[in-house]
Ligand binder design. Structure first.
Ligand SMILES: [Zn+2]
Length: 60
């Protein structure tokens, strides 16, 4: 239940290991390998997704 100290997830961009100990759903973490910003989509298990670019309007 509390074995989170060594938790890592796979970066969807470069497949590197991203430390995800103590992250929360919706949090943005940065890949130490490629620098991509990754959104935590789930925490059990941790699933990462590339965070959308910071643009106000991504309508059509
Ligand atoms: Zn990466």
């Amino acid at each position: 239940m509390s074995n989170t100290s060594t938790a890592t997830a796979t970066c969807p961009e470069c497949e590197g290991n991203v430390p995800v100990a103590d992250v929360e759903k919706g949090e943005i973490v940065q890949c130490p390998d490629c620098g991509a910003e990754l959104e935590v989509r789930a925490t059990d298990p941790v699933a990462l997704q590339l965070a959308p670019e910071e643009e106000e309007d991504w309508g059509e």
